[in-house]
Ligand binder design. Structure first.
Ligand code: TRP
Length: 452
C-alpha cells in the first residue's frame, strides 16, 4: 500500500507535538484522581508494582499497535480499519474496533465531563478561601452540598463540554495542538511545584515515597491485580481508538516504539508524582489513604486548608486537574469528530458540536446520578454514572484492546507493518511476541475475571 503522507484533518507539526498530544490524552483524571485512590486501597507499593508491570507488558505493546494502525490508516479509526482490512485482505468486519471505540468514547466522555466539571468548580471553591481551616466534617458536607445541587453540577459539566467542543472545532493544528503545546508544559511545572510544596510543608515526603514503593502484599489480592491492569488501560487511553486517531496525524519517519515508550514514561511519572503530592498531605493530616473517590475532593481541601499557602496551592492543584482533564477529553471526542467530517459535508465546527452535544446529553444522566437521579439504579445498585463507568472501562476498553492487539499482531499486512516499523527493526520481534500472545491473553484474563 502506498502510505498517505498527510491526513485530511491536518497533522501534528512535529514528533514532539504528537508526544504532547498523546501524553495529554493519557494524563488525566485517571492519573491524578483515580491512581492515588486505587493505590491507597490496594496496598500501595504492591499495587504500583503490578501496575508498572501491566503498563510495560500489556499497555506498551497495545499503545504501539494503536499508533501504528492510526498512522498507517491516516483517517478516523472506523475508516482506517476499513482501509487496513482491505489492504490486508481480511474481513471489513474489523471496523467494529472503530465502532465500539466510538461508543466507548461517548460513554467515557459523558461522565468524564461531569467529574472534570467538579474539578473546575473546585478551582473557584479553593480560591474563595472557604476551605481555610475546615475540619473533615465540613469538607465532606461542602462536597455533598455541591454534588447534590443539579443546577450547579450540570452548569459545570456544560461549561467543560463547551470548552472541549470549542477546542475540537478549531481543528488539529489550531485547536488540539495549540492547547497541548501550552497546557502540557504548564501541567508539568505545576505538578513539580506541588510535589515540592507537599513534601516540604507536610514534612512527610519520605512516607509518601515509602507508601508508593514499599509493597504491602497483605492488602493486595487477585482483584487488585485486575484493578491494576484495568487502570493501565484507562490511564494510557487505550482500547477505544483515541490514540489511533492521534496517530493518524503523526508525521512519518520517526520511531513509533521510542515515541510510545516516552508517552508511557510520562504518563506513569505523572501518576507517581500525583501520589507524591497526595499521600504526604494525607499522612501529615492523619487522613485515610483508602478514602476512595472522595480522596481528591474531600481529603485534599482539608489538607490544603490546614497548611501555609494552602489556598494558593490548592487552587493550583485543581487548575492542574482541570488542564489534565481537558487535554484528555479532546482525545475522547476526536475519533467520532473525524469520522463525521469524513462521512458528511458538515465541517469540523458542526461535527464537534454534534458529537459533543450527544456526549453532553448522555452525561446529564451521570450529572444527575448524585442528586435527582440517585434512585435510578439497576438491580445491582449501580446508578447511571456507575453503569457508564463500568460498561466502558471494564467491558468495551478491554474488548477493544484485545481486538486491536489481534488485528495488529496477526492480521495486518506484513508490508504495511514493515513500512510503519522501519525505524523499529530492533524491537519488532519483542513487540510482535507481546502483541500476539501476552497482551491479548492478559487482557482476556482481565476481561473474563471482571465480568464473572
Ligand atoms: N487517559 C485519560 C485519563 O487517565 C482518560 C482518557 C482519555 C481515556 N482518552 C481515553 C481513557 C480513551 C480511555 C480511552 O484520565
Amino acid at each position: 500500500m502506498v502510505q498517505q503522507s498527510e491526513s485530511k484533518h491536518g497533522m501534528w507539526s512535529s514528533r514532539l507535538m504528537f508526544i504532547f498530544a498523546a501524553a495529554g490524552s493519557a494524563v488525566g483524571l485517571g492519573n491524578i484522581w483515580r491512581f492515588p485512590y486505587l493505590a491507597g486501597e490496594n496496598g500501595g507499593g504492591a499495587f504500583v508494582l503490578a501496575y508498572l508491570a501491566c503498563i510495560a507488558l500489556i499497555g506498551l505493546p497495545i499503545l504501539i499497535s494503536e499508533i501504528l494502525l492510526g498512522r498507517a490508516g491516516r483517517q478516523s479509526p472506523i475508516n482506517a480499519m476499513v482501509q487496513l482490512a482491505d489492504v490486508s485482505k481480511v474481513s471489513r468486519n474489523w471496523q467494529v474496533i472503530g465502532w465500539m471505540g466510538a461508543l466507548a468514547g461517548f460513554m467515557i466522555l459523558s461522565f468524564y465531563a461531569v467529574i472534570a466539571g467538579w474539578a473546575m468548580a473546585y478551582v473557584l471553591e479553593m480560591m474563595s478561601g472557604r476551605f481555610v481551616g475546615v475540619d473533615p466534617a465540613q469538607a465532606a458536607a461542602s462536597f455533598e452540598t455541591f454534588i447534590s445541587d443539579p443546577a450547579q453540577v450540570v452548569a459545570w459539566q456544560t461549561g467543560f463540554m463547551i470548552l472541549t467542543i470549542a477546542i475540537a472545532a478549531r481543528g488539529v493544528g489550531r485547536g488540539l495542538e495549540v492547547t497541548v503545546r501550552y497546557l502540557m508544559p504548564a501541567l508539568f511545572f505545576l505538578l513539580v511545584a506541588l510535589v515540592i510544596y507537599s513534601g516540604v510543608t507536610s514534612g512527610r515526603f519520605v512516607d509518601g515515597l515509602a507508601f508508593l514503593f514499599q509493597p504491602d502484599f497483605e492488602r493486595f489480592d487477585s482483584s487488585s491485580l485486575i484493578t491494576a491492569m484495568g487502570q493501565a488501560f484507562f490511564t494510557l487511553s487505550l482500547g477505544m481508538g483515541a490514540i489511533m486517531a492521534y496517530g493518524a496525524y503523526m508525521p512519518k519517519g520517526s520511531s513509533i516504539v521510542g515515541t510510545a515508550a516516552t508517552i508511557a514514561v510520562l504518563d506513569t511519572s505523572v501518576a507517581l508524582m500525583s501520589g507524591l503530592v497526595i499521600f504526604p498531605l494525607v499522612f501529615a493530616n492523619g487522613l485515610e489513604s483508602s478514602a476512595g473517590p472522595g480522596l481528591m475532593f474531600i481529603t485534599l481541601p482539608i489538607a490544603f486548608g490546614q497548611m501555609t499557602g494552602g489556598q494558593v496551592f490548592g487552587t493550583a492543584f485543581f487548575v492542574l486537574v482541570s488542564f489534565a482533564a481537558i487535554t484528555s477529553s479532546i482525545s475522547l471526542l476526536e475519533p467520532a469528530v473525524a469520522w463525521v467530517v469524513e462521512k458528511t459535508s458538515l465541517g469540523r465546527v458542526k461535527a464537534a458540536s454534534l458529537v459533543g452535544g450527544v456526549a453532553w446529553l448522555l452525561g446529564l444522566g451521570s450529572a444527575l446520578s448524585f442528586n435527582l437521579g440517585a434512585d435510578w439504579t439497576l438491580p445491582n445498585g449501580f446508578n447511571f454514572f456507575d453503569t457508564m463507568d463500568y460498561v466502558s472501562n471494564n467491558i468495551l476498553l478491554p474488548l477493544g484492546g484485545i481486538l486491536i492487539a489481534v488485528f495488529a499482531g496477526w492480521r495486518l499486512s506484513g508490508e504495511t507493518l514493515q513500512e510503519q516499523m522501519q525505524e523499529d527493526q530492533g524491537a519488532l520481534i519483542l513487540w510482535r511476541f507481546l502483541t500476539r500472545y501476552l497482551a491479548p491473553v492478559g487482557v482476556l484474563i482481565v476481561f473474563i475475571v471482571t465480568i464473572f
